[in-house]
Ligand binder design. Sequence first.
Ligand SMILES: NC(=O)c1ccc[n+]([C@@H]2O[C@H](COP(=O)([O-])OP(=O)(O)OC[C@H]3O[C@@H](n4cnc5c(N)ncnc54)[C@H](OP(=O)(O)O)[C@@H]3O)[C@@H](O)[C@H]2O)c1
Length: 262
Amino acid sequence: MILDQFRLTGQVALVTGSGQSIGEDIALALAEAGADVVVAARTQAAIDDTAAKVRERGRDALAVRCDVMESDQLEELVAATVGRFGRLDVLVNNAGGSFPKPALEMSERAFEKVVRFNLTSPFLLTRLAVPHMVQTAGRGVVVNISSGASQQAVGGMVAYGAAKAGLNQMTRILAREFAPKVRVNAVVVGQILTDGARSVLSEDMLDQAAHAIPLGRLGDVRDIAACTLFLASPASAWITGRVFEVDGGADAAPLEFPIPAL
Ligand SMILES: NC(=O)c1ccc[n+]([C@@H]2O[C@H](COP(=O)([O-])OP(=O)(O)OC[C@H]3O[C@@H](n4cnc5c(N)ncnc54)[C@H](OP(=O)(O)O)[C@@H]3O)[C@@H](O)[C@H]2O)c1
């Protein structure tokens, strides 16, 4: 049955930034597909909440406090995963993001922090996780959560767009290095209607963004979770090194940030 190929029965998945929004929904989708899930972020109450929702879906969960900016905490995260479940099948590098900042106002430190968050940390965690996948499960899957800003020139997003473009290319290169045992793919995320977007953007801006998207609405976290599940599951067994755009068909950024004229 084709639907069986979307199942993750008996597998263990690790999702960074899974205390809320997209990461939380990815964790729940993977649990609904049969995986036990390691839920990682910095806020204990949030990861405990996601872990409880995983258990409500009949799967086991481990909540691990982890700041992905800290290499030693990434090591502890992988060690905790393998220590608890004895295997690792799926890694979703979801933690990431950035606030808009005009290039001329961005400090060197702020630029490097955004690159570390969106590119270096997924690299370091992938490098730590992959040998354990091969040793414990014999194979594995990595899904990197990227952004439309990696492909569209969005003013105010110089560090973020460049870092996510780097993440796309890292996806292709690591896929080549790790084939055939470990597949690596990315999801380029369009504008999603998260609680964060609702709190920062006015109704007018949200309406404007929806009109700029061919499918006529902002994305829902489920739209991203569904593609991530496809890429994590055997249904995508012949796909690696690819970048999937889940964005309602938007060829241009649906939102622009005001940038002062030179
Ligand atoms: N939302 C969108 O429309 C959109 C569009 C394009 C791409 N994306 C991408 O989708 C991914 C998720 O975005 P989102 O909007 O769902 O993010 P979000 O609502 O800001 O949630 C981020 C999650 O990551 C965790 N996190 C933040 N800093 C962390 C750190 N240093 N270490 C570990 N965890 C950390 C947060 O929890 P704590 O603060 O407790 O750690 C939270 O659980 C990101 O990679 C983002 O670039 C999102």
